[in-house]
Design a protein. Sequence first.
Length: 669
Amino acid sequence: MNFKRIFSIPCCMGLLFSSANALPTAKEVFAKMGMGYNIGNTLEVPMNPSAWGNDFPTQELIDSVKSAGFNTVRIPCAWYSHSNAIAVDSNWTLYTPDGDENTINAAWLDSVKTVVDYVVKRDMYAILNIHWDNGWLEDHIGPTVDEKINARQKSYWEQIANKFKDYDEHLLFASTNEPGESGDGLKQDNANTLKAYHETMIKAVRSSGGNNATRTIIVQAPDTDENKAHNYLKGNFPADSAGTDYMMGEFHFYPYTFALMEQDADWGNTVRYWGEGNYSTTDVAHNVKKGAYASPEYVDSVFAMLGEDFKDIPMVIGEFGVIKRLELKGEDLRLHLKSRADYYGRIAELSKKYGFVPCIWDTGDEGNGNMTIIRRNKNRGILDYESLNAMRAAYGLPKFEGNSIDALVEKSLDNSDREMKVIYKAQSDTAETGTLSYGFAAQDWSQYTAMSFDIKFKGSSSSWSGVTLFNMSADWKWNQVSLGDFNDFTGEWQNIKIAFDGSSEPGMDFEDISKVVTIGINVQGVNVDASLELDNIILWKKDGTKVTFLDFNDNKELKCEGIAVGGLAPSTINDGETRITTPANTDFTRVGLRSIDIQQGLINAIFIGNEPGSAKAFLINGLGQMIATQNINAKAGSNSIQLKAETRGPAILMIKQGSQVYSQKVILK
């Protein structure tokens, strides 16, 4: 079948609005939903849907999804960062206008409506949720109900429900995303708290009237975990005035060792090969063991268990997928990619058997570790024929002619001279970060004294900017060093050498240099438009000899996250080319904030002091409250700062040294 040709399907107009009569039941809706697709890393991105590298969804994208065989589109969505909880005055202080922090911006509701309309116009089913959303609910499922969280859940869903109350059964509402417990682990009290938040959402939707009186609502298990669905959602379903006929449940399915685990650990190996006919005879340590976690037998048992638990309630697998391990080569890569395809097909088969809607997680990324099936932003078409065809077969759909595996295997055997090439683009009034990282099993780098690499960088930012080298070691502790701001780079190839000694300039510390697990580069700025080329990462020994750590000629590449999009490309550096030893204009002693890195619960920064003496770091939340401070015995030059950030959302990081004050708006994770 010609995939390009079927992308021009005529519009099959579904009804947007229906009468005041009861909508079809959840079981009736389920029967038409088929298999589902996630518009991942887009509308759920805080503040700016394009900040993580994807274009705003178009009708053309949704038509592509429809043509591929999907009849359900899950729309992960942010709301908090599009509400009046966020405002900034002329002094860059965040505040809550008029004391009301729960009103969603009308323009954002219209933007979301645009995407919903693209879906339902094609007679497809749209699932609209409150996604992670800065974690205001998802990260705070405690043993008791938090009235502030409950009020926000009520207010947001009242506004969403009123916006869409006249839509017919093609629109479904999902209460949360992956609501996780807080505290010492999930207990029944936490599950009861989540149930209360679900019931608040249900009441808000039902009370809005119109078609919302009988719209299908989807509620999530704790963490949307398969076993917690069995232990805590079964028999503890939220109450609904419309009855259980208009309810669905949700779990996500990512058996970690196969689906997400990136590297072997001391407690076990990654799973690369899965399913009959796909097991390796040369890399047996990475075959899944029969009956073990993530095995075909485990998958079958989970679906049988949940199929029995929820035999009277349709279930949505809101997300599932398996990363592509593109660092593998030749036959190993072929077996791995066939394993993934067979897994996707099996999930579809079991979903159809037990009454589940399987929704693939798809972010548009095409680099190592991606789960993408449909090319989204350029050269739109199928990226992963094998996984898609396996799912289509389970639903009785004809096979698309095409092959994705052969080209990837051939590329994996290409040992020509290559580099890492990355593009950064962001349109946001807040600082955005693009991360390149390379993770590995813990290595002892105590024999090395420095790292060098060739880099070609050119970029623009409308405000603060920075490029940093970072490492993780000893239980993922973070250290970094500034390489300068965008203006410090020439746009030509340069060689930078960084000492493994934070007391020197430029130099980088390690929490434990005997247990290094990750290195990477962060590019940060506001309204960023930049490009980076990277090659020849070298580790230097004390005697002056060197070891090539990464030259990108063996199919290994760095992971791209945030606004970073890229992959391997033919090297543009000439062996005989003269390179500047350090960035020509770099001034490692320019005062002020030089880099900021935000992790969940932590904010790390580099502050360049203009003279020795005391300084103080402040972190101020959206209510103007000081949530963290750190006294700094600053030296003239580079100073590292780490603050705990137990809240989520927008904040201001401020450094005060004497009469000098440096500040930067940040989004806490």
